[in-house]
Design a binder for this molecule. Structure first.
Ligand code: ATP
Ligand code: MG
Length: 341
């Protein structure tokens, strides 16, 4: 994902923290500077979504972590499900929520957008079998007790913002279990590995986990452990905007806007995408294209290639390496883009 963030420069960050702390001693100044700061940094999409009543960090500035707040995230489209609003509301009331849905339905995208809209830094871990408690909590490096490095979760607990655990059900159970006290009313982490230091969850520390549904086709996924499942108050299901014969006009428009192809071409590309997604959902092909994949295809068409040629390098190759599956994909494409004899 490259919605522009990550990579905190430690020294710069620490000096900013000090500045903000000193401003915060004078309440009046804080109010003035925060409202100005909000106006200046507000995302241009802020008023497109009905989220104004949910302030996720009242009277608190994350300006010192500005490099970690996403910017220029494209708009998120849906067909009336109001995903952005539901996520922001879940964070406001419960501080955490879970996003579940097939690959490419925009889960990661929406986390970045929500962070940008709400002015929150993102701490992200792409979970997998190799994710260890070192990555999440921290570790000593070299000799001597002073050489402790906080893991991602510990840094988030201390500094606040959104902790995003992508593919959370790929993580080993014993690692995931370490998070349980953080996620319930205790709201803290006990670092057994560091003289049992207790790290309290930041007042504005929010957590979002996302995952593909547990099934054979998503290799590596496991049912989420019951303890973590129970601690997630809100579950939001994601799906493609256009599937089968159901074509979303908004998806067509977004494809046009983000690739510059004309209306007719955009509609046809979405039609192919929708049919492939339908076949993916019925288990006939191993992958259904995301809007991002369709945009890549359309971009090559806009560059002057025929739809069939552009599809070879994008949609066909992406769906599978298997020659038979690729042939199935070509057949779907040719129903909409017949090849000249
Ligand atoms: N509803 C949507 N609105 C705008 N863009 C979308 C939408 N759905 C998907 N996309 C685009 O499709 C691409 C894939 O989305 P993303 O990576 O967020 O999917 P995901 O659900 O996180 O997939 P995975 O489960 O594989 O991580 C991105 O380029 C994203 O911008
Ligand atoms: Mg993702």
């Amino acid at each position: 994902m490259s919605y522009g963030h990550q990579g905190v420069k430690q020294a710069e960050e620490e000096s900013r923290i000090q500045k903000v702390t000193s401003i915060r001693r004078d309440n009046y100044k804080v109010t003035v500077s925060l409202s100005k700061e909000r106006q200046m940094s507000q995302s241009p999409l802020y008023h497109k979504y009905d989220i104004q009543k949910y302030d996720l960090h009242p009277n608190f500035s994350f300006a010192h972590l500005a490099t970690m707040i996403p910017s220029n995230t494209p708009e998120f489209i849906d067909s009336g499900q109001h995903y952005v609003e539901r996520i922001v509301r879940a964070l406001y009331y419960f501080k955490q929520c879970s996003l579940i849905g097939p690959s490419g339905t925009g889960k990661t995208h929406i986390v970045y957008l929500v962070a940008e809209l709400c002015g929150l830094p993102v701490w992200e871990v792409n979970c997998g079998l190799q994710t260890s408690s070192y990555d999440l909590i921290g570790r000593f490096i070299g000799l001597g007790k002073e050489n402790w490095i906080d893991g991602m979760v510990t840094r988030w607990l201390r500094k606040g913002g959104i902790m995003y655990l992508d593919e959370a059900n790929m993580m080993k159970q014993d690692v995931a279990t370490r998070l349980n006290p953080v996620l319930d009313t205790r709201g803290h982490l006990v670092m057994n590995e560091k003289d049992n230091e207790v790290v309290k969850r930041h007042k504005y520390g929010y957590l979002i986990i996302s995952m593909n549904p547990y099934s054979a086709e998503f290799a590596g996924t496991k049912p989420l452990n019951a303890a973590m499942r129970r601690r997630m108050a809100v579950w939001i299901n994601f799906d493609y905007t256009s599937v089968g014969d159901k074509i979303s006009e908004v998806e067509v428009k977004m494809l046009r806007d983000r690739s510059s192809v004309d209306e007719e071409m955009a509609l046809k590309i979405v039609q192919v995408g929708a049919e492939l997604r339908k076949q993916y959902k019925t288990g006939d092909i191993p992958y259904g294209p995301s809007l991002g994949d369709l945009i890549n295809w359309a971009t090559l068409v806009y560059d002057g290639n025929t739809a069939n040629v552009a599809a070879e390098e994008t949609i066909v190759a992406l769906t599978s390496d298997n020659a038979e599956v690729q042939q199935d994909v070509r057949r779907v494409i040719q129903t909409v883009f017949p090849k000249s004899p």
